[in-house]
Write a protein that binds this ligand. Structure first.
Ligand code: PMP
Ligand code: GLN
Length: 386
């Protein structure tokens, strides 16, 4: 009983693997969510908003105070001038910003370039919008953008690049040359860039994320998407936004008004509070995550599951399980809870090129050190060979 627009799209692997973790009591290094709360002042701001009457519908486009705080954030962090009244829309997480953008902008048959491996919702929502995905493979171990492959992916029907940097699941931050190449191709072919920047603040080793909207000629063709979940360790809040030229933001709003109409009212003043008054919290989280990355990366190497490259950002690290005799990372991940009491995510579902992702599995390191150590101990004591 499923409509053709959803045909062939499997249930999200994150729900599947988190349910498996709960069922088996495994340590969940699958779905990317922290196992500790976000900053206390942020939670207090939400409680205040609940008690101060922010409990009815917020304006569909978002509370003015939040839109203004988002505009100030873009200005302060990146020097991007944004009109909070016409160039910002608040959404139910970045997930709805993505869905709103694709449903609001993509005509049936339009091609959307995506970096592969791609976050699973991209494939689903491009298909729901009637679009056609044009993947550009980031190859292990370094997952760099192959500019020739990018150029080859763009044809006469291509209208969008759905860009994700910092990138899930590879943990790459595209460098200046890679970003320049994307911008150049977008300008040459008159493409609109949908820039998913949810990991914008979670970068490591002194690396900085640069929004593609800041590159020459890009502001007018870029819709930047982000959310509060990753930057402030509150993934369950689901408050996100799309920022960019008024016509692009208007298209997101046109779709969003029929999807959710409006997003969680009491959380909006709290997110505004975070952006304005807790500007250092994301960097503190990133410093903590960098240590956790190092703990996981070193521990995985010790037990013969080395990561294919050191993540530069995000919550995630990737290992290749082929040398353990597994020709299928999904089979490995399905066996892992029973063998080791740990859950990881197979990358197959993030790939069109089945061979490229077949042996790769993703670990989330956004967990307390004691949980990471517990997972590593369990893995060390388990039989991991096929
Ligand atoms: N984009 C990417 C790349 C992600 O990893 C996530 C993870 N949740 C999202 C979008 C969705 O963000 P949100 O939870 O704010 O909807
Ligand atoms: N973004 C998170 C991840 O990649 C999960 C979000 C979700 O479950 N949809 O693990």
């Amino acid at each position: 009983m499923i409509a053709s627009r959803l045909a062939g799209i499997p249930p999200t692997v994150f729900a599947e693997m988190s349910a498996l973790a709960v069922r088996t009591g495994a340590v969940n290094l699958g779905q990317g969510f922290p196992d500790a709360d976000g900053p206390r002042p942020l939670l207090d701001a939400a409680v205040r908003a609940l008690h101060e009457g922010h409990n009815q519908y917020a304006p569909g486009v978002g509370l003015p105070a939040l839109r203004q705080a988002i505009a100030r954030h873009q200005q302060r962090r990146y020097g991007l001038e944004v009109d909070p009244d016409t160039e910002v829309v608040v959404t139910t997480g970045c997930t709805e910003a993505l869905a709103g953008a694709l449903l609001g902008l993509v005509e049936p048959g339009d091609e959307v370039v995506v970096l592969e491996p791609f976050y699973d919702s991209y494939a689903a929502v491009v298909q729901m919008a009637g679009g056609v995905r044009r993947p550009v493979l980031l190859r292990a171990p370094d997952f760099r953008l192959d500019v020739d492959a990018l150029r080859a992916a763009v044809g006469p029907r291509t209208r969008f690049v759905l860009l994700n940097t910092p990138h899930n699941p590879t943990g790459r931050v595209l460098d200046a040359a890679e970003l320049d190449a994307v911008a150049q191709v977008a300008r040459e072919h008159d493409l609109v860039v949908l820039a998913d920047e949810v990991y914008e603040h979670l970068t490591y080793d002194g690396r900085a994320h640069r929004p593609i909207a800041t590159l020459p000629g890009m502001r007018e063709r870029t819709l930047t998407l982000s959310s509060v979940g990753k930057s402030y360790a509150v993934t369950g809040w689901k408050v996100g936004w799309a920022v960019g030229p008024a016509p692009l933001v208007g298209a997101v709003l046109a779709a969003k008004q029929w999807l959710t109409f409006t997003s969680g009212a009491p959380l909006q003043p709290a997110v505004a509070h975070a952006l304005d008054h807790l500007p250092d919290a994301p960097a503190e989280l990133a410093a903590q995550l960098q240590e956790r990355r190092d703990l996981l990366v070193a521990g995985l190497a010790d037990i013969g599951l080395p990561v294919v490259s050191r993540p530069q950002a995000s919550y995630f690290a990737i290992s290749d399980v082929a040398h353990l005799g597994w020709d299928d990372g999904r089979a490995f991940c399905l066996a892992l809870p029973e063998r080791a009491g740990v859950v990881a995510i197979p990358l197959q579902g993030f790939h069109d090129d089945a061979d490229a992702g077949r042996h790769l599995v993703r670990w989330a390191f956004c967990k307390r050190p004691e949980m990471l150590r517990e997972a590593l101990d369990r893995l060390a004591g388990a039989r991991l060979e096929r």
